[in-house]
Design a protein around this ligand. Structure first.
Ligand code: SF4
Length: 207
């Protein structure tokens, strides 16, 4: 079995990728590096769940235990403005590119420094991310750090992953991770503003 470093964004999103990688004769080793997750208690909860998942399915697990609130905000502050709450670049926020780059570059670096030849990420399980952009970024940092990036579209196992996470009783979050995504998920004002931006005044409905 070939060892592969698996960047884990959280426990539930790891269920299907770990199963699939094992079927493909890889031995996945988890790595949690997600300073994008806010607030602090949520970050701790997702870290705990990623560790719990790893123990339940029997994979090795490493975590970066440093909470990166200030570094994250410093990195994205130049692209997060009022328009960012409504406008998307190619359907996605500019801050997400920065967020992917940080997490995938640190994963490639960790792989290189800890004798992994190959890495991948559970981000490729999510149906809510910019898949092509993440792929380009992962390939770029694989080259930078002299390791290989294993690409697989784990979205194929979306429902299976949900079912597995429920069977394991894992905590399932309901927003992407950063404080901005939390606001976008729960703010009615932002939802209305986005609808107005995309569909015009007359079609705005409150949800
Ligand atoms: S929405 Fe998700 S991917 Fe985008 S910046 Fe926030 S945490 Fe990162």
């Amino acid at each position: 079995m070939e060892k592969i470093l698996l960047h884990m964004c959280c426990g539930p999103c790891s269920c299907y990728p770990v199963k699939k990688l094992r079927e493909e004769n890889f031995e996945p080793v988890g790595y949690f590096f997600n300073p994008n997750i806010h607030p602090y208690q949520e970050w701790r909860q997702r870290l705990r769940t990623a560790r719990e998942f790893s123990e339940k399915v029997g994979i090795k697990f490493f975590a970066d235990n440093h909470y990166g609130l200030r570094e994250y905000l410093a990195k994205v502050s130049s692209v997060v403005d009022e328009q960012d709450t409504i406008q998307f670049a190619d359907g996605f926020h500019k801050r997400c590119g920065i967020c992917y780059s940080w997490r995938l570059s640190e994963t490639a670096r960790f792989a290189a420094e800890n004798n992994f030849e190959i890495f991948t990420s559970t981000l490729f399980y999510s149906r809510h991310q910019n898949h092509e952009l993440m792929k380009k970024i992962a390939e770029h940092f694989a080259n930078v750090f002299g390791v290989k990036f294993f690409y697989e579209d784990f979205r194929a196992g979306w429902q299976e992953g949900i079912d597995l996470s429920l069977e394991l009783g894992l905590y399932r979050q309901n927003y992407c991770g950063c404080i901005f995504s939390e606001e976008e998920r729960f703010s009615n004002d932002l939802r209305k503003a986005r609808k107005k931006f995309f569909y015009g005044k007359n079609n705005v409905t409150v949800i």
